[in-house]
Design a protein around this ligand. Structure first.
Ligand SMILES: CC(C)(COP(=O)(O)OP(=O)(O)OC[C@H]1O[C@@H](n2cnc3c(N)ncnc32)[C@H](O)[C@@H]1OP(=O)(O)O)[C@@H](O)C(=O)NCCC(=O)NCCS
Length: 312
């Protein structure tokens, strides 16, 4: 039986229910479709999304509530930025799979983007036909394909090998303007707020590095990473060339010495970059696709997306 669903913004008192919903939704979906035992280990882990997003984008999570029981049937976060709105992470509670709950959440966020007259962007798993179909029916167009990779990082780390005339260093808050200018010219999106938040790193879970010209300090590349039990990955990042992206990824991977790295998403058309990653021993674990609903500018470099906050 299909329940009556109310769509509304998340309140702070919903946070535990949202964390439970994210854990159960991902664990059940990946177990049923891929036989994976556990994607999210605990509610403490999945609470990273409300913790981070309530700080970064307050009042930007829409939930679906079962009108009869008061139970949360779904949740989805969105991230309004000066140039676009991004969408993620979308979850439906397993008992409500297949009842169009996600379509109701998506309709709300599509409306937010349309009112702002902005493109809505997301990254979705290319191995998830449910979410592919959902976004496809709402008019999203797949644009860039990514391969998710992971690698065993040796105890001594990888040599960073920055291209000649450049060096990689930790980012500081005074780099934010240069980072924003770079990402805007490579990808046409702006999100100073995200980079400031990562670099401030009040939660102690973020890493941010920049690749700069040794001659004049100009910022030529940026790479972030997040290391939390609920979300671990390298990204987002932007550079002009594959060589620069490879150096920055190696730098970020060195935060995981002696362990398997979290995933990082490589654009499948970045042939030299993926060659560099294979030469480290990296393996593929999944594929993702950047999708947009609305116009996007040309990509003039290498973009490494992330799931937190979602970028594409
Ligand atoms: C993916 C997920 C959000 C979908 O939510 P849902 O509410 O169960 O979605 P539904 O099954 O009702 O389907 C959504 C739409 O896709 C359509 N659809 C589903 N499978 C389809 C297929 N194989 N071909 C065509 N359309 C399909 C449905 O008909 C529906 O469209 P409609 O509303 O216009 O009829 C949900 O399965 C989930 O939470 N999964 C785990 C977390 C996850 O994977 N999140 C997405 C991350 S990218």
């Amino acid at each position: 039986m299909t329940s009556k669903i109310i769509v509304r913004l998340k309140k702070e008192s919903d946070n535990e229910a949202v964390a439970i919903l994210i854990r159960d939704s991902l664990n059940v979906w990946y177990r049923e479709h891929f036989g994976i035992k556990e994607v999210v280990p605990s509610v403490a882990a999945s609470s990273v999304f409300t913790r981070v997003y309530d700080e970064l984008d307050p009042n930007c999570c829409v939930v679906a509530e079962d009108a009869e029981t008061g139970r949360l049937a779904g949740s989805c976060f969105f991230h309004p930025r000066p140039t676009h709105v991004s969408l993620g992470i979308m979850n439906v509670a397993p008992e409500y799979f297949g009842q169009k709950v996600s379509s109701k959440l998506l309709a709300y966020i599509v409306d937010v983007a349309e009112r702002r007259n902005q493109t809505l962007r997301l990254v979705s798993s290319a191995m998830n036909l449910d979410s592919f179909s959902l976004y496809n029916r709402f008019g999203f167009v797949p644009r860039v394909m990514f391969q998710d990779m992971t690698v065993a990082v040796p105890e001594e780390g990888f040599p960073v090998d920055a291209p000649e005339g450049t060096l990689v260093r930790e980012a500081t808050l005074s780099d934010v303007d240069g980072i924003v200018a770079l990402e805007s010219s490579v990808y046409g999106i702006e999100r100073a707020k995200d980079y400031r938040y990562f670099i401030e790193n009040r939660a102690g879970i973020w890493g941010v590095s920049v690749l700069v010209s040794s001659a004049n300090g100009e910022i030529l590349g940026v790479m972030c990473s997040v290391n939390d039990p609920g979300s671990a990955m390298v990204g987002p990042g932007a550079t002009r060339t594959d060589e620069q992206a490879a150096a920055l990824i190696r730098y970020e991977l060195n935060r995981y010495r002696g362990a398997w790295s979290p995933v990082f998403l490589i654009p499948t058309d970045a042939v030299e970059l993926r060659k560099a990653m294979y030469s480290l021993g990296a393996v593929n674990t999944e594929t993702h696709v950047a999708q947009s609903r609305g116009p996007v500018g040309p990509k003039q470099g290498v973009v490494i997306p992330s799931f937190m906050p979602e970028t594409a």
